[in-house]
Write a protein that binds this ligand. Structure first.
Ligand SMILES: C[S@@+](CC[C@H](N)C(=O)[O-])C[C@H]1O[C@@H](n2cnc3c(N)ncnc32)[C@H](O)[C@@H]1O
Length: 204
């Protein structure tokens, strides 16, 4: 198997990522700009996820979820089933045995599998998962189902080169969630998204 390996440095943490270039993983076999932007943001803002429960959607290489684990979190990395071997490989290369109990890898196909997960996450992470308009309803439903009133969602998206990303973040997400841009890095924007409080008319 041909692996493309590279080390990424975030503050005191080195993350070694191997990409399975011959396994027909398509977009999953890359480390994308929005993922790096989110990692750099966590590093710059000195995030400490100790004691927090996180879920990552569309992990791809696993770089974001792995860094979140190194920053102390209890993290579940998810993607389509055929991508999980690559994530497992990178988790093994980066997470010491003594911390493995804080990281899980499992399949979560948007719009289908989220019902099998709890909705008590402190944080939901998604980097470069907004690029396929046909998936937007499934992605929004997944966020709705996984998100409680205490969950903070961080979405990092490329607003220039990804089809539909402006419509998703500026129109579709605000219809259902509170959403604000908290960081910009070139064409990448990081959004902080939370559940809207239930209105009285729908609460009863
Ligand atoms: C462009 S890659 C981004 C990977 C990584 N988050 C990064 O920033 O480098 C998008 C990821 O979302 C996953 N994905 C796309 N559609 C999905 C779906 N319907 N359900 C679950 N994962 C999906 C892909 O398999 C892929 O790993």
């Amino acid at each position: 198997m041909s692996l493309e390996e590279k080390d990424y440095q975030f503050g005191g943490h080195t993350v070694k990522i191997s990409l399975f270039k011959e396994s027909f993983l398509g977009v999953s076999a890359y480390v994308w700009g929005p993922g790096l932007a989110l990692c750099q943001y966590f590093e710059a803002e000195k995030f400490n996820f100790t004691g927090k429960k996180l879920l990552e959607l569309g992990s791809g290489s696993g770089i974001v979820g792995i860094l979140a684990t190194l920053l102390g979190g209890d993290v579940t990395l998810t993607d389509k089933p055929h991508v999980l071997k690559q994530i497992e490989y990178n988790v093994s290369a980066n997470i010491p045995l003594g911390s493995r109990h804080r990281i899980k890898i499992s399949s979560l196909v948007w719009g289908t599998d989220q019902k099998n997960y709890p909705n008590d996450f402190d944080f939901i992470l998604g980097s470069d998962i907004v690029y396929s308009p046909i998936q937007f309803p499934f992605l929004l439903q997944t966020l709705q189902d996984l998100c409680s009133s205490n969950t903070v969602i961080y979405l990092s998206s490329d607003m220039k080169y990804r089809e539909g990303s402006v419509k998703f973040h500026e129109e579709l997400v605000p219809e259902q969630f509170n959403s604000e841009v908290i960081h910009r890095n070139g064409s990448n924007c990081i959004y902080k998204v939370t559940k809207k409080p239930q209105s009285m008319s729908t609460a009863f």
